[in-house]
Design a protein around this ligand. Sequence first.
Ligand code: ADP
Ligand code: MG
Length: 473
Amino acid sequence: MHFIWEDFLKIVREELGSRVVETWFKAVSMTKWDGIEKVIYLQTPNAFVCNWLEKNYRSVFQTHLGRLLNVADPKVVFLTTSHKKNDDLIIKSNEIQVSVSDIKTPQLKTYRPAHMIPYGPKNGLLASKLLERYGHINKKYVFETFVVGPSNSLAYAAACAVAQKPGDLYNPLFIYGGSGLGKTHLLHAIGNVIQDNNKKALVLYQTADRFVSEFINAIRFDKIDRFQKKYQLVDVLLIDDIQFISNKETTQEAFFHLFNSLYDARKQIVFSSDTFPQNINGIAERLRSRLSSGMIADIHQPCIEVKTAILKRKAEASGEILSDEVAHFLASHVTSNIRELEGALIRVIAFAHLTKEPINLALVQKVFFNDTEGVEKQSVDFKGVVKAVTKHFPYSLDDLRSENRNKELVLARQLTMYIMKKNTNRSLREIGAYLGDRNHTTVKHALSKIEQYILEDAKLQRQISAIEKEFER
Ligand code: ADP
Ligand code: MG
């Protein structure tokens, strides 16, 4: 049986790739082969994996194990197991508690892992204070509102598994994918489930950005002890956009030690990143190997069906119904990411409310192709902002995008960012990307600089208003 199983894994690896094998098949074993009844018994580590395999890979088992065992169409029974003290196996057949395919009501909250790590305050007062101040879990982002499709099912499944068995199955979990594809959503969703299952768990969501600045401040104000204590207490650490730790050597060092101590204590750690660990530049090799030591799941661009489903779901949440035609139009015209898709939908709904027109294809096309004359505030895009700025400054778009740090040019660049943020509903990251592939922290920095200049110099505000007036022409 052992060899048959090994051969089977080889075949599946070729067919489905090693990522899938590592994620779903490695934890499975073949416990029994009933040659008379032609039944294969497969033991799975928990109900979640069991259910997932059954839903997605039943035919893979049937076909390939059948061939290796030389029978056509064997039956496959998935088992979940629990251990008695003497390690005898009690087999509960198909104890399925989580329905993954049922996206609308995944029943996650009713599932309680049998042997969850006893989380909670070790130092009651301090921990509850920390929880109050740092429990930055956004209640809005839950699994129930996350639409699952081929582009994100692996990340979704891994996130669900981690949420149900923190510190157990996949540690650390590393989710990567392009901007606006749902990474932050999944991180918060994990936090929400764990928090709901265990009110005492100290779940901390933090962006790597903020981690870095917190650490720098801790050093500057001699509070490194406090900083360390805080993170040592955490039961579940969700670090968003870990790529921003690149080139920050001392922070990486601190993070490396923190990671090790949390990991040794079997605390769940989840990372998100815009790229695969191997592609994050400027991080120490040993940290890189820690990041990729657990489960890695990627999110791709969604297909049009998923985009349509998301649009309909989001519209419903704001009390609107989108026709198939409208949803399809938006889904096929917004190709970048889901955040953009949401942005487009919000613009459509806002325009419909403003003009008191129903949401139909004609209206959506109008909004989409910026043919919204006569409506109070015309929306501007990046090009419009650049056009206006370049009328007031002796610089071109190429200058704004360049690396040139000439003082006047830097000001113009920062102003452009500020005006873009104020007048479009694009993200810092998108603005940075448009203006010469700059980091979103650069944009954030620019915004606070300009805000500061405005306070110091009233002329600047007048200049900004003059530039914004250009949009109306
Ligand atoms: P990222 O962190 O990858 O840049 P976010 O998690 O912030 O992306 O997602 C951007 C927006 O798109 C959020 O409002 C999120 O709720 C939504 N979103 C992303 N993926 C999905 C999905 N599969 N189903 C529903 N909403 C999604
Ligand atoms: Mg994010």
